[in-house]
Design a protein around this ligand. Structure first.
Ligand SMILES: [Zn+2]
Length: 188
């Protein structure tokens, strides 16, 4: 049953991994969280296990995703952040009741509020987006060079010259296209 859904593309940065649940945005978009259950599954992968997800919470999650996408894209190209996107991100941040916990190994974990609700999880994602958009973290927002993707991603490479949102998909696709173009060139 699960196999019919597109795989998740898991990145290291929570907020932009979340926006990546809708990929190929400038081509034939692939929705990777098409149902509330898939959102629950995705959140669990990121240590944000929630008990249930209503349709309203699901829609809220997608609103937040699109708000982060809009704000991150604007930041990547040096434009002003859209006010509506900022509002949604701030609202989601305010509604979450998650707390940061320090593990004995010195890692940070998020503990959702007593209801372990979607709002708590979205609050964590919104806070992650805020820390990136506010320039608090070591890295730079950029847009994927794949024409059918153009997703905003957070480049933490030393040289800040990463071109793809995801090496396994967009990077590979581009490599393959170059390889095929080369081969066609040689055949001629
Ligand atoms: Zn991409």
């Amino acid at each position: 049953m699960r196999a019919e859904y597109p795989d998740f593309r898991l990145g290291n940065v929570l907020a932009t991994s979340f926006t990546g649940t809708l990929s190929e945005r400038c081509g034939n978009p692939i929705e990777r969280i098409p149902t509330p259950q898939r959102l629950i599954d995705w959140l669990a992968v990121y240590g944000l296990a929630v008990k249930a997800c209503t349709t309203a919470q699901f829609n809220r999650a997608r609103d937040l995703r699109e708000a982060i996408h809009a704000a991150a894209t604007a930041a990547a190209i040096g434009r002003a952040l859209p006010a509506s996107a900022v509002r949604v991100i701030n609202d989601c941040s305010a509604q979450g009741r998650a707390a940061a916990f320090l593990t004995p190994e010195g890692k940070r974990q998020w503990k959702l509020g007593s209801a372990s609700s979607v709002e708590d999880a979205l609050g964590v994602i919104a806070a992650d987006a805020i820390s990136i958009l506010a320039g608090e973290r070591d890295g730079k927002l950029a847009l994927c060079a794949s024409p059918s993707c153009q997703a905003a991603f957070f480049d933490t490479s030393q040289s800040r010259t990463r071109r793809w949102c995801d090496m396994g998909t967009c990077g590979n696709k581009e490599k393959k296209a170059r390889f095929n173009a080369n081969r066609r060139g040689k055949a001629r």
